[in-house]
Design a binder for this molecule. Structure first.
Ligand code: MN
Length: 241
């Protein structure tokens, strides 16, 4: 009989260790050791606390949406990843990999969902943002020509995601440039190695209570709640320049 595998056991298991090892290997660990805890590393199998009050993003995003988004949707991806890791651990223990294709797809979906939601909530804050400064602004100007050019592309990408997905500003480590991605679901249309530093969740659960079908209005207002200093902290942790 196979009993319930506890989270602790899953974490200790080879499955979890390897999967999380692969994920964390994407991160420059040494750099993170000297940066703030919210930049990582973090336990993908545990829901991180909301870093601000549930009503902190009003009026751009209402309290109820933030509460459900973090407490239900984000939590569901964490719970899903826990189940996936348990399934992988079981496959490794039994040597039966008949379901490995399904398990791998599920891990890609849920782990990507966890990472993107962690970044989403970590780079937002009360409205009144003054825009990027410092190294972040310097690189935005270098790679997009101007902040206006950057935002025009980021907003257009976010607004036009097919079905559910994300607009993503990422640090691309091979070319050492900033790039904008448009991911579908969580894991599709990504680029290997790109490290997200700012993400706009355009799943309907992120905005539907207040904006209904008006995604474009949500994306335009999203600009007001970006905590740019936190975006820059993430960039500096990743790019090492
Ligand atoms: Mn979401």
């Amino acid at each position: 009989m196979v009993g319930e595998i506890t989270r602790r056991e899953a974490l200790a298991g080879a499955g979890a260790g390897t999967v999380l090892g692969v994920l964390s290997s994407l991160l420059p660990g040494e750099a993170f050791a000297s940066t703030k805890a919210e930049l990582g590393p973090f336990d993908l199998l545990k829901l991180p606390p909301l870093p601000f009050a549930e009503d902190a993003l009003e009026p751009v995003i209402d309290k109820e949406t933030v509460k459900i988004h973090h407490g239900k949707h984000f939590a569901a991806y964490v719970a899903g990843l826990n189940k996936n890791i348990q399934a992988l651990d079981k496959a490794r223990q039994t040597g039966n990999y008949d379901d490995i294709k399904c398990i791998s797809k599920d891990i890609s979906f849920n782990a990507s969902g966890v990472v993107l939601h962690w970044i989403y909530f970590s780079v937002l804050g009360p409205s009144g943002s003054q825009g990027p400064t410092g190294k972040l602004l310097e690189l935005i100007n270098r790679d997009f020509g101007s902040f206006e050019n950057f935002w025009k592309q980021f907003a257009a990408a976010s607004k036009s995601v097919e079905a559910s997905g994300w607009g993503v500003l990422a640090w691309e480590p091979f070319s050492r440039k900033l790039m904008i991605l448009q991911s579908e679901k969580h894991q599709n249309l990504t680029s290997w190695g790109a490290m997200p530093i700012l993400v706009c969740d355009v799943w309907e659960h992120a905005y539907y209570l207040k904006y209904q079908n008006r995604r474009a209005e949500y994306v335009d207002n999203f600009a007001k709640i970006i905590a740019w200093p936190k975006v820059e902290e993430r960039l500096l942790a990743y790019c090492q320049i």
